[in-house]
Design a protein around this ligand. Sequence first.
Ligand SMILES: Cc1ncc(COP(=O)(O)O)c(C=O)c1O
Length: 447
Amino acid sequence: MALTLPAHPDPDTDRLHDSGLLTELAHGLGGPFHYLLPDRFDTNLAAFQAALADAGVEGRVYYAKKANKAGVFIDRCAAAGAGVDVASLGELREALGHGVRGEDLVVTGPAKAEALLRIAAQQGALIAVDALDELDRVLNLDLPRPPRVLLRVHPPTQPNSRFGLGEADLDEAMRDCAEAGDRVRTEGFGFHLSGYDVRQRADLAGELVDLCLKARVLGLRADRISIGGGFAVDYVPADAWRQFLDRQHPGDYHAGKQFTVGDFYPYHSPVAGAEALRAILAARPARSGPTLAERLRRAAVMLLLEPGRALLDRAGASVFTVQGVKDRDGYGIVTVDGTSLSLSEQWFDSEYLPDPRLLPVRTGLPHDSAPYRASIAGASCLDSDFLTWRKIVFPRRPQGGDLLVYPNTAGYQMDSNESPFHELPLPPKVVIDHPEAAARPRWRLAL
Ligand SMILES: Cc1ncc(COP(=O)(O)O)c(C=O)c1O
């Protein structure tokens, strides 16, 4: 039996897809494009802020800009009083240029470039220091006002992580900061964990609250911790995901390609987005004593978080046009006008699994239509250029001019790794402000 992984129902985007607008945009823009729904971003951001408020925790959301290059989401952060997590000078410039104040930025990433450190400090951004030599460079910046730093902790549960200061380095960093006195503002500690585990985050956050108390004895300010990003997105229903994990096998993919199941993103998560934050705050670190929320309150420690993907949940999709269809033995290969670079998951030897939806150029099913399985290839000369190796089940055989809409791609799948290979222009982005408001939604090009 063929496996399907339909995204959760989304009536507003269904209406948009049925409005005919996407066909017109594909024609007008002359190639693949992404559409963005910034209202969804606002809703997600508000849900995170509400989770903090409901738990009675002072906190701050910093949107991890790396998850999508569009400036429109930064505009929304500036308007909603949220911060932005930047990891390069380009991202820092973009955030400032879209109206976010320097003091509302957190700068992450390892071994930061000299110019990034200097400008971040000049702008009053919070710098997440990842190593002792980086701290040294920060302490020697010699600027009129002291740089603001968070010391990033190496996660003990992820010993192979290349990020953060190990125990001994952390002790040394705290001593260095204490010795530097007024030359640095040591605001606290942070981490970013791979994966989406709520318990690991709550446990390490609890340890960081204790670290703040220890640091204060040394005279450091230590009044905030950052728990990084990694709030899961729930893309597909539980049943479809379970069946997929149980049953998928090489025959489901073009060329019998094999993926390591553990390398797939967990496309179904029972606790996702702001609900994951609520669960973290309600958890008891190390399974004993007060909840994390209570510990934060008692220690007067502010909670910072850096969600990327979760703030972009359902905030956009990617639209490709079918250029050709080739029949193989029992399935087909549909070639679209984009490349696998547009869906970054292939970069990680994995695959973006929510099913793309077929929008036929000619509506109404022909009499002889029958379900048709096909893998989706990119328009490049590379044999390995597949947007989807999996054989997707379509209601009928796609044809040239049909559109394929990959749902929910704003978080990392849109443009984090794409390149203008073959001189193919990067797909433009179109903003649709209120998809539900009118029968014919209005659009504008994203900056
Ligand atoms: C330091 C840091 N913060 C935040 C994020 C965002 O993570 P996510 O998009 O999973 O929320 C990342 C992702 O790599 C990161 O490295």
